[in-house]
Design a protein around this ligand. Structure first.
Ligand code: ATP
Length: 313
């Protein structure tokens, strides 16, 4: 049985249809990332699952329960992290986390959570004096402390520095190994690719694409992209590399060169030969496939694709 089920969800705000017939399901222990442009309907979808908003049409279930009718039974089993922390300015992280822990039968150790989220130094500081990233980490600790079976995370790493972001991903991965199911929204495509088992791209309230990161980024043109440092003149470098390899090489954004060939041992040997002969370091090499960012931008930028029915991997 799916832990999170969304069937034909429609949610309107007056004349605006924010969610327009959405179907999704998330299995136990799975992490699903919801991606989409601002205003796509991600938060509204999550809020319907959290029981904050009543669907106008369709059906949502979490752990087989109705988030509104069964709120009392459901709420101890889910962990929420909202976009704005919304805590009273005078509370202190350790105090509030211990208080939240006391609501649960088998909570995580609040002090260990503070340590793993790097909040030891501010455990007794006032909430209002915390930095944005510290507030964000406290919100995550509050979501995790009750050992929830399901976690709803709205942009969990927005505003976090790269180290804190990675720590967060690791904490979440530990929880999913223990069977926790996660639905998260994010604008960070690297985050979706790194943490999600499946990614759902929604736009104007509809599902546009659904699949594993590998499925969504597969089916590239079989080419290789490289970045060679230094690249004083990408067009010149591309021409020299093309002459050396005997295949077409095109400069792309970010000093990248796209080599129109498969990453065979012969090609890679020739590439190494070029670097030896002409100097330069291989700063990056990517064989075939597309990045999630390329898939996403193509989808949201392409009016033709936008008109077509949802492409579901
Ligand atoms: P973001 O990436 O910016 O967080 P989102 O995908 O989470 O966006 P939602 O917050 O679900 O998008 O908003 C979907 C649409 O519904 C937007 O056009 C938004 O302006 C509108 N909307 C959201 N909440 C309300 C509300 N309470 N009243 C009226 N309109 C709303």
């Amino acid at each position: 049985m799916a832990v999170i089920e969304v069937e034909g969800l429609v949610k309107r705000y007056g004349a605006l249809t924010a969610v327009d017939g959405l179907d999704l399901s998330v299995a136990r222990g799975e992490t699903l990332a919801l991606l989409g442009p601002n205003g796509a309907g991600k938060t509204t979808t999550v809020e319907c699952l959290e029981g904050y908003r009543r669907p106008d049409e369709g059906r949502v279930r979490v752990l087989g329960l109705d988030p509104i009718a069964d709120a009392r039974e459901l709420s101890p089993r889910i962990g929420l992290m909202l976009q704005e922390g919304g805590l009273y300015p005078h509370v202190r992280p350790a105090e509030i986390l211990h208080t939240f822990a006391a609501f649960h039968d088998d909570p995580e150790d609040p002090d260990a959570l503070l340590t793993s989220l790097g909040l030891d130094d501010v455990r007794d500081a006032r909430y209002r004096s915390l930095s944005g990233g510290q507030k964000q980490r406290l919100a995550l600790a509050l979501a995790l402390v009750g050992r929830p079976e399901v976690l709803f995370l709205d942009e969990p790493t927005a505003g976090l520095d790269p180290v804190a972001r990675r720590t967060t991903w690791e904490l979440l991965a530990e929880r999913t190994r223990g069977g926790t199911t996660i639905l998260l929204t994010t604008h960070l495509l690297d985050e979706a690719a790194a943490v999600a088992d499946r990614v759902a791209i929604i736009d104007r309230g509809r599902l546009r694409l659904l699949g594993t990161p590998a499925e969504l980024t597969a089916g590239g043109d079989g080419s290789v992209t490289v970045r060679i440092d230094p690249t004083p003149d990408a067009a010149m470098l591309a021409a020299r590399l093309a002459a050396h390899l005997g295949v077409e090489v095109r400069p792309e954004a970010g000093d990248r060169l796209r080599i129109a060939a498969l990453a065979t041992p012969t090609l890679l040997t020739a590439l190494a030969g070029f670097l030896t002969a002409h100097g330069g370091d291989l700063a990056d090499l990517r064989a075939s496939g597309r990045t999630l960012e390329e898939v996403y931008l193509r989808l949201v930028d392409d009016p033709e694709l936008q008109r077509s029915t949802a492409v579901v991997a």
